[in-house]
Design a protein around this ligand. Structure first.
Ligand code: GLU
Length: 433
């Protein structure tokens, strides 16, 4: 695909990724037929009384892609660019992610078109409560279990859990994950996405014979995932040479003092202006000299235009969908070790699974137990994908999709969802005895 990106539409991209995996596995056509779109999508209008007394409606979506393996699972994003195709795509990625990690969940995702940075707490609370009221008929601990995503947080999960519990007239902690620890949240959930990403980076370093100490890391995006990944990498001796957020970035060849950058962002709202570091744009950060690149922001950051200039040996996708298919091909041909999103950021949903289990059992684990189990599951998934990649001489991404699609296809076959064999070829009935 030398010409460039055929599309930047994430829904078209994930459909192509799933189709490719079905073809590589030589699955019956009916598998892709069932996986090519979400089974259910709900659009809701959320009325909010704004602080100035006016009434505004916000649009929200919940997409449930496939529930062959269990209740659908996935976050809710509050962002001005949320749109139906993005939500659909993100729900498909969740099906792949949950399947890859061996979780008993299908894939779902939600989003509300809004800019939380311009909303007061009272307005945000109304959006959160209104969204969950609007989708209440299709979510629930055994149906669809939401969680945080871009610009949503434990407080928003608490409001949603509370609103749903009021409607049910009983506490429903297992409705949603990523809650505050005081309200049934799991220890370790807040850090899980970044921590899981670091587990996969260390596993990749092992394969390449690299050491974390002194490795130069650039992190694009300083939200939940990026901040934690940067901090943990800093703690194990890596040199975090650049970080950025939506306003811009900072770089220091000697390595940034990450706890100090976190404190600076808490004080000023951005990493920009961190004393002693030089400014760097989000675009330049992606192609700067480094060993590990962690895109931890939004979709379509590495494209046909800039992938050729990427200098990192390992790209670990803490964000969902940051690399376009054309960029992926370029990175593969350059020998870059890809840690695809469905693997690299799956620590979050893995600990969400633990949270759901803890809520259902009303029995809570220590932070060490959570972290250890998550690490084990991430390492197991990494090794399975790596083995498949070697066997098929393909990318980690393609191998991850093959592994995940196979598990969903097996579940659908066993449930009797796939095309039946033509009448003449049906196996004879076993004698009932
Ligand atoms: N939003 C996160 C993701 O994209 C977490 C989803 C969850 O915990 O259910 O994986």
């Amino acid at each position: 695909m030398a010409g460039g990106d055929a599309t930047l539409n994430p829904y078209a991209i994930v459909r192509a990724q799933v189709k490719q995996a079905c073809e590589a596995l030589r699955l019956d056509d009916s598998v892709y037929e069932l996986l090519k779109q979400p089974v259910r999508i709900l659009e809701v209008a959320i009325p909010v009384t704004m602080d100035d007394g006016s009434l505004r409606t916000f649009t929200g979506y919940r997409s449930q892609h496939n529930d062959a393996l269990g209740p659908t699972k996935g976050g809710i994003r509050f962002h001005p660019d949320v749109n139906l195709d993005e939500v659909r795509a993100l729900s498909m990625w969740m099906t792949i992610k949950c399947s890859l990690l061996g979780l008993p969940f299908g894939g779902g995702k939600g989003g509300v078109i809004c800019n939380p940075k311009e909303l007061s707490e009272a307005e945000l609370e109304q959006i959160s409560r209104g969204f969950i009221r609007g989708v209440s008929a299709i979510v629930g601990p055994e149906k669809d279990v939401p969680a945080p995503d871009v610009y949503t947080n434990p407080q928003i999960m608490a409001w949603m859990m509370d609103e749903y519990s009021r409607m049910q007239r009983s506490n429903a902690f297992a409705l949603i994950t990523g809650k505050p620890v005081e309200l049934g949240g799991s220890l370790g959930r807040g850090e899980a996405t970044g921590r899981g990403c670091v587990v996969t980076i260390q596993a990749a370093m092992n394969k390449l014979g690299m050491k974390p100490a002194g490795a130069r890391v650039a992190v694009q995006g300083f939200g939940n995932a990026g901040t934690v990944a940067a901090r943990l990498l800093h703690e194990i001796g890596a040199r975090v040479v650049a970080v950025s957020d939506s306003r811009g970035g900072v770089t220091s060849p000697a390595g940034l003092d990450i706890p100090a950058v976190i404190a600076h962002k808490a004080r000023t709202g951005s990493v920009v202006g961190f004393p002693g570091a030089a400014p760097i744009s989000n675009a330049d950060l992606l192609t700067m000299e480094c060993d590990v690149l962690v895109p931890a922001a939004l979709e379509n950051q590495l494209t046909a235009e800039n992938a050729g200039q990427v200098q990192a040996r390992i790209v670990a996708e803490a964000a969902n969908g940051p690399t376009t298919p054309a960029a992926q091909e370029i990175l593969f041909s350059k020998g870059v070790f890809d840690r695809p999103d469905v693997l690299a950021n799956a620590g979050g949903v893995t600990v969400s699974y633990f949270e759901w289990v803890q809520n259902l059992y009303n029995f809570y684990w220590t932070e060490d137990e959570v972290n250890q189990r998550m690490q084990q599951m991430m390492e197991r998934a990494f090794e399975a994908v790596h083995a498949l990649k070697e066997r098929h001489h393909t990318t980690m991404r393609q191998a991850a999709y093959m592994f995940a699609v196979k598990r969903v296809a097996d579940a659908m076959r066993l449930r009797g969802w796939l095309r039946r064999a033509p009448a003449g070829r049906q196996p004879g009935r076993a004698a009932a005895n």
